[in-house]
Design a protein around this ligand. Structure first.
Ligand code: ATP
Ligand code: MG
Length: 390
């Protein structure tokens, strides 16, 4: 969808901002460009919509050499969220959002309708916020308007230059989550600039880690964290990259253990025998549809004269997660509930129980994903800190 071929940009004063850059972004892919200040991220981005012209090399959009496309025509196909949002202060939120449709000569009504739709999409009620001016919004709200405005003409490509840079970490995380949901819906091809490795890892399908004017590594977040290509990248992603990896590695079905399972309406006697024969200290309790209900400790069922059913003795399950949740969340959930294991359910089928994740299996899961990514890398180099399983 977007292809850079040996692109170099030298400014008039001799600064080489981008040096022989080649990479490709697939359709519907979100690529984050991450690197320190001044490494050439904004320059890279502005060359895509011809706000800056490369000195050498070519950039292709959908196979077309962009130097042959009229810049105005080109920018119709590319939404742009600039560093520091850049809303027009004298225009309302609705007018700001409708900027591009307006420039494209859409009828006023249609542009406003589209703008209202998009404000809704980014979580701002247009009837509440549409007539406000940017100064009457919080920082996070302004950034949402910036995203809505970039999406207004429904361009296939989005360039986002630190779109969430100007808000505090809590708001930023919320905006990131919302943006991920939005992207799952609209599937744009996105170049997303950030200098925050956490943000790059959370959002990117792939990450381009910039050194000075060059890409040092262009890989999936898991690979960048698990097998940094150079000492520079290793240093940039940080000594805690093992921990960061937890947030990009999902729980898979093969990570789960199968503990004993009893059902709500089982007689307690049956449950007791079951636990005793398997030498288990507890069992998972499921309802009639095999959905997770809770758990039952072995000592609830020790008396041979136990009466009634499992239902009366089942305990609430505090620690559970859907399949596919990141291992980091699994780890956090374990700590929060001081749990030795957490139940994992299938989100798709309204909570069908799939198995449990234990600290030992969590550790294995982390190892497994590192090994898969780092086959070509000497073992010692990928030895990342792991979570204590005690
Ligand atoms: N118009 C210009 N003339 C000369 N040098 C420039 C110009 N614009 C940018 N540069 C230089 O090019 C280099 C790359 O700048 P760029 O704006 O692409 O960095 P960046 O990675 O986006 O940084 P930041 O994270 O601070 O936004 C920097 O050294 C910058 O000083
Ligand atoms: Mg920049």
């Amino acid at each position: 969808m977007i292809r850079f071929e040996h692109v170099t940009k030298r400014y008039a004063d001799g600064t080489t901002a981008v040096d022989d850059l080649s990479f490709e972004v697939a359709e519907g892919e979100l690529v984050t460009l991450v690197g320190p200040s001044g490494c050439g991220k904004t320059t890279t981005m502005k060359m895509v919509n011809r706000l800056i012209e490369p000195t050498e090399g070519g950039i292709f959009l959908d196979g077309d050499d962009i130097s042959t496309i009229d810049p105005v025509e080109l920018r119709r196909r590319i939404g742009y969220v600039i560093q520091q949002v850049g809303l027009f202060p004298h225009k309302t939120v609705l007018e700001n959002t409708a900027t591009v449709p307006h420039l494209l000569g859409w009828k006023r009504g249609k542009g406003r309708e589209r703008a209202a739709e998009l404000l809704d999409l980014v979580g701002l009620d247009p009837s509440l916020y549409g007539d406000r001016y940017p100064e009457q919004l919080s920082g996070g709200q302004r950034q949402r308007v910036g995203v809505a405005r970039a999406l207004a003409a429904d361009p296939p490509v989005l360039l986002m230059d630190e779109p969430f840079g100007a808000v505090d970490p809590v708001v930023r995380e919320r905006l990131q989550n919302e943006f991920l949901k939005l992207q799952a819906q609209v599937r744009k091809t996105v170049l997303f600039v950030t200098h925050d490795i956490e943000e790059a890892v959370r959002l990117g399908d792939r990450i381009a880690v910039y050194g000075q004017g060059r890409i040092e590594q262009f890989d999936s977040p898991a690979t960048v964290l698990g097998a940094p290509a150079t000492p520079y990248v290793a240093d940039f992603v940080g000594a805690d990259r093992g921990l960061k990896r937890l947030s990009v590695t999902p729980i898979e079905e093969s990570d789960l253990d199968q503990p004993p399972v009893v059902h709500l309406d089982d007689p307690l006697v049956t449950a007791t025998e079951r636990l005793r024969s398997e030498g288990a200290r507890w069992a998972v309790v499921l309802d009639g549809r095999d959905n997770l209900h809770g758990w039952i400790p072995a000592d609830a069922t020790t008396t041979a004269t136990a009466k009634g059913t499992v239902r009366e003795h089942a305990r609430r399950m505090e620690a559970w997660l859907p399949l596919g949740a990141p291992l980091k969340q699994a780890f956090a959930t374990m700590l929060q509930h001081d749990a030795g294991w957490i139940a994992v359910i299938d989100k798709e089928s309204e909570g069908r129980f799939l198995g449990v994740l234990t600290p030992a299996r969590l550790h294995e899961a982390l190892r497994r994903s590192i090994d898969a990514d780092a086959q070509d890398v000497p073992r010692a180099e990928v030895a990342v800190e792991t979570v204590a399983t005690a």
